[in-house]
Design a protein around this ligand. Sequence first.
Ligand SMILES: Cc1ncc(COP(=O)(O)O)c(C=O)c1O
Length: 372
Amino acid sequence: MTGRPAASLEKEIHLHGGDPAHTQRRLGLEPHPVVDFSVNINPLGPAPGVLQGWPDWSRDIESYPTVTGKPVAQFYQQYWGLEPNAALPGNGSVALMYHVLGTLRLRKLAIVTPSFHDYTRAAHAVETRTISLPLSAEVQFAPPSPARLAAALEDADGLMLGHPNNPTGTLYERAMLLELAQRHADKWVLVDEAFIQFVEDYRAKTLLTAQPLPANLLVFHSLTKYYALPGLRLGAVIGHPETIDMLRRQQEPWPVSRIAERAAQTLLEAQAYEAETQRWIASERQRLMPHLRRIARLRFFRPTANFILGQWCATRDLDDLLRGLLRGGLHVRDCRNFAGLERNYFRFALRSKTENDRLLAAMRKLAGTYHV
Ligand SMILES: Cc1ncc(COP(=O)(O)O)c(C=O)c1O
């Protein structure tokens, strides 16, 4: 066995949001607590039923969960009105991306970029070649035309995209995505809907309610963002029951923990929390955008979910913004490691009004400071 130093292993793992200490170290700042806008999690905190149930679940660790994560699949079936056996649970949607791509072992996958890095990483882990279908800032990261998507599919065995896309917020016409999958029945269409419930009127936009889904279309869904449970790891991939059956045969037993099963069972009772989440995110998006657009030398793109993509134009180096914000106890996501966003793009999640206003004021001040 060859030992590998931990540092080099760490480098191989793509840097995600949620690690302010990393940016502090890189910029030579003392580590100190910050308000972290770099993770896109529901600002209301974990769904109340999970917090209430938690103390009673401690003895559950003595038992195995169900072999297939059945309570999680049942939650999906009821919540979304799915066909029986249309949802395969997993330890977070990202685990299912690795499982699906590992099972399909495509020769070539087209990926709409800039997007969540693990689409590419999961493909490369099984030697699937990837080609990029880039969105353009010039057109506000609008979705590629159906003809472009179709052409990309012709040249590959599958297409993967975020709906809405992280970090650009790009949304698609659901009828167009369904038609694309139907027209290319011999190709895979893989759609990540991790953030779909932060989108206004999401039931009309999601593919999850288009049942049964075409056999070649899979939708990744996360319970960690909308219900603020990232530490728990919980999600599912939804598809045609026959496709899900094929994926289940290749999945390990006990794909989610007993605690995650318990948590999923409480989520059907979270209506008030969900209504407040949707109201809050929509109203903060609307309240903040005019203020953000008035800041000179900062550019912002129209958000559709619970995060906003910006571009720092006050200096040539985004570090000037990141350092200034960190000194004021605020951390945003450096997006320069997304292909296509190298030129000083950053992203922040919507949080409480006080916190959002603090960030707004700090950005305004920094953009003014660097004005020459
Ligand atoms: C676009 C996108 N999809 C999926 C995930 C994975 O979410 P989880 O594995 O927590 O369900 C993330 C996490 O940041 C993400 O940004």
